[in-house]
Design a protein around this ligand. Structure first.
Ligand SMILES: Nc1nc2c(ncn2[C@@H]2O[C@H](COP(=O)(O)OP(=O)(O)O)[C@@H](O)[C@H]2O)c(=O)[nH]1
Ligand SMILES: [Mg+2]
Length: 202
């Protein structure tokens, strides 16, 4: 088991929104989580907050079409954006996804960091490449988490990390991560805490 040297971001559910207009006031810094459905976004949120029940895990992929907001006790918010790329979601729902998430990503002024959760076994699918390019063009701070690294041996993990690092915009960071084992959680928490301007202790 990985040990925490950096405290998890204790958080609680705040609210959900289906459009930018319905999001809470932009008066607190926000770290938003994006990723393909089933990449382990909910599991990652749970790991980084130290709360296994914060975000729902493994429910019908693509069902979570809302932007879910969590208040970080120490300050700031985490935002679980709808997952993308699940084939069974009808086209019109995918377009709705596009609008609310696009709107949030383009216009949310208090967005301080985007955490991009990828499956380390297939990290650079089309959606992932689009997102990396988008972040690069806008110089948005980005943390790429190569989740499910527990499924890869050391050398495959290193290969995946190198491949992603080559594809990343200059200022972005990539970490081999496992929501399941806690691999990389400490390093990830340091990045999140720095973005939210929190110290390393609770
Ligand atoms: N082996 C492994 N499985 C994981 C990990 N993270 C998530 N999963 C599994 O992947 C599936 C999707 O996880 P979930 O968090 O619901 O993904 P989301 O759709 O991106 O929110 C679930 O069955 C999880 O148990 C991980 O780090 N390692
Ligand atoms: Mg989820």
């Amino acid at each position: 088991m990985a040990e925490y040297r950096t405290a998890p971001l204790v958080s609680e559910y705040l609210t959900s929104a289906d459009t930018l207009e319905r999001c809470p006031a932009d008066d607190e810094p926000e770290v938003a989580f994006v990723g393909r459905s089933n990449s382990g976004k909910s599991s990652t949120l749970n790991r980084l907050t130290g709360n296994k029940r914060l975000a729902r895990v493994g429910k019908t992929p693509g069902r979570t079409q809302l932007l879910n907001f969590f208040t970080v006790q120490a300050g700031g918010r985490l935002v679980d954006l709808p997952g993308y790329g699940y084939a069974r979601v009808p086209q019109y729902r995918r377009e709705a996804w596009g609008r609310s998430v696009d709107d949030y990503l383009h216009n949310r002024l208090n967005l301080v960091l985007l955490v991009h959760v990828m499956d380390a076994r297939r990290p650079l699918e089309r959606f992932d490449r689009d997102m990396l390019r988008w972040c690069g063009e806008r110089e948005k701070p980005l943390l790429a988490l190569l989740n499910k690294a527990d499924k890869l041996n050391r050398s495959k993990g290193a290969d995946a990390l190198r491949a992603v690092q080559r594809a990343l915009p200059p200022e972005a960071t990539a970490i081999l991560f496992s929501a399941q084992t806690g691999l990389g959680a400490d390093e990830a928490l340091q990045v999140l805490r720095a973005s939210l301007r929190l110290s390393a202790s609770p």
